[in-house]
Design a protein around this ligand. Structure first.
Ligand code: GLN
Length: 547
């Protein structure tokens, strides 16, 4: 059975627990161990699928169709291990399971309580797949002391207690604030946070301390003494230029060694870090720069398009260029001229999104890229907008629109080039949907196969004609207009295996214009950049050389 590392946070949120967990996963792999990472989120939403990207960042979709926290994206990008539905859970999901069982009569005669019913449900979740890997890394969202988090902390305490000694360890991430006035790093908040943790029965084995300044030996010893950890288990986490430096930086600070020591694994296998040395070299030593505009709606919060930004960075690494991403609010040129906002970019990306706001701007961005022959990558909504643009301006359908928008804007006249998907094939069965279905978890979600046309640009880019990519959408491009669009050079070069759902469009006589109904960004890794992003950045690099 796997050894468990539980990762908790204290003092403040957003300290990079997800990144620390992911980097630790990568380091354990570098030492030859197999790992799986998991996230336990205390909020009451059943999953983040219904949360605004403004509030919670992007929704990361797994192959098996779960809508999960964006930290699962970090885990995949650092370890290459595909996350599953069973790698993410929230209080909402735990409670709804407990209540379902209560209604079914599973606990007949009993009073249902947080301990043991909720905590048992959490422990059952933690045990899933424990026989498959050497290490299971489980991150608890939020910070110690949050009311919502308590059942999770109690469950991991019990879990460690239930297992043989030495099979579970606790790693706690905190912040050492720097007081400029006195020129000191302060350890007191960390001491308090550990005290809080110990008051609920958890003694950390490893302390990871975020700090903007070098942590002097004296402070490390003080932390070790007051927080009851060994001095070499106080690990410094300094600010980095790129997140992809994290595995090497944590290794230098001794994190993986401290974890192996805590489990008494000796002698520790030597790490092979060549993958991360190469990543490090590519990220820190680019030979040029390209400027790419992301024309979207959620541009105030970069986390809303986390995986896209990362996938572009990976594409840059493959081409040895730095990708300078600029976020352009699609509403800016809804009415005005797109050129004023988009001039000078080497490529344009229109990402996924929901709802009508900003879509006329995205349509203009697609038109600008198509007519000016600037590389364009449209993802999900970005593909739908490119099709609507071509339908309006090339295929003689001036009122082309999407059913998604008509519902919001009332009854305006339009030609539904993009329609609400009512059924599709998944494996060997048909999935049916209605407009008034629940919103949570009812999109076309997860990995689906697509067949690429022989000789198409995408077949050349992927180097194959059968691909599998992750989806998250409710609407779909209508095949009714395929012939009219293809006659004008917009080819439907990727289709679902049954030939009913367009998956990819590409424009002929254009250096690089591709729209995809799926989310390629979710599968890109720094050490294995996604072929579409790699080639998109290559095309941008070519444009940058011309100007
Ligand atoms: N809103 C669109 C749909 O549901 C696009 C979704 C997306 O971009 N992920 O089809």
């Amino acid at each position: 059975m796997a050894r468990y590392v539980f990762i908790t946070g204290g003092v403040v949120s957003s300290l990079g627990k997800g990144l620390a967990s992911a980097a630790l996963g990568a380091l354990l792999q570098a030492r030859g161990f197999s790992v799986r990472l998991r996230k336990l989120d205390p909020y009451l939403n059943v999953d983040p699928g219904t949360m605004s990207p403004f509030e919670h960042g992007e929704v990361f979709v797994t192959d098996d169709g779960a809508e999960t926290d964006l930290d699962l994206g970090h885990y995949e990008r650092f370890t290459g291990v595909a996350a599953r539905n069973t790698d993410s859970v929230s209080s909402g999901r735990i409670y709804s399971r407990v209540l379902e069982k209560e209604r079914r009569g599973d606990y007949l005669g009993k009073t249902i309580q947080v301990i043991p019913h909720v905590t048992n449900e959490i422990k059952d979740f933690l045990r899933i797949g424990a026989d498959e890997v050497d290490f299971m890394l489980c991150e608890i969202g939020g910070t110690v002391g949050d009311i919502e988090g308590l059942p999770f902390f109690e469950a991991i305490r019990q879990f460690a207690q239930d297992r043989p000694r030495g099979e579970c360890i606790f790693m706690h991430l905190t912040l050492l604030p720097w007081l400029a006035a006195s020129g000191e790093l302060k350890t007191k908040p960390t001491q308090h946070s550990v005290k809080e943790l110990r008051s609920i029965g958890i003694a950390p084995d490893i302390l990871v301390c975020r700090s903007e300044k070098l942590i002097p030996q004296k402070e490390r010893e003080k932390l070790a003494l007051f927080c009851n950890v060994r001095p070499d288990s106080v690990i410094a986490a300094y600010d980095l230029k790129s997140i992809y430096e994290a595995p090497l930086a944590y290794h230098r600070e001794g994190l993986d060694q401290a974890v192996l020591d805590a489990f008494n694994i000796s002698p520790a296998p030597r790490p092979n870090l060549t993958r991360w040395e190469d990543v490090h070299d590519r990220i820190l030593n680019p030979e040029g720069e390209v400027r790419i505009a992301i024309v979207g709606k959620y541009t105030q919060l970069e986390d809303a398009y986390k995986s896209i930004a990362e996938a572009l960075t990976h594409g840059g690494m493959a081409n040895r260029v730095k990708v300078r991403i600029e976020w352009v609010d699609a509403e800016l040129f809804e009415r005005g001229d797109a050129a004023a906002s988009l001039e000078g970019f080497h490529a344009i990306l229109v990402p996924g999104g929901f709802g009508e706001r900003g879509t006329e701007g995205k349509i203009k961005a697609a038109e600008y890229a198509r007519t000016r022959k600037i590389p364009y990558l449209g993802i999900c909504l970005g593909m739908q907008m490119a099709v609507i643009e071509a339908a309006r301006h090339l295929a003689g359908l001036p009122e082309a629109g999407s059913e998604e928008f008509d519902h919001e804007a009332g009854k305006k006249r339009f030609t539904p080039v993009v329609y609400h998907l009512k059924e599709w094939v998944q494996g060997n069965h048909t999935v049916a949907r209605r407009l008034d279905d629940n919103k949570g978890g009812t999109m076309r979600l997860g990995a689906y196969t697509a067949h690429l046309a022989e000789g198409s640009k995408v077949a050349q880019i992927y180097g194959t004609t059968v691909i599998e990519e992750r989806h998250r959408h409710r609407y779909e491009v209508d095949l009714t207009y395929r012939a009219a669009l293809e006659a004008k050079g917009m080819k439907f070069s990727g289709m679902s295996p049954d030939g009913r759902l367009p998956e990819i469009i590409e424009v002929e006589d254009h250096p690089w214009f591709i729209g995809v109904q799926f989310h390629p960004e979710l599968k890109s890794k720094p050490f294995d950049p996604h072929p579409l992003f790699k080639d998109f950045v290559r095309a941008a690099k070519e444009v940058s050389r011309l100007v």
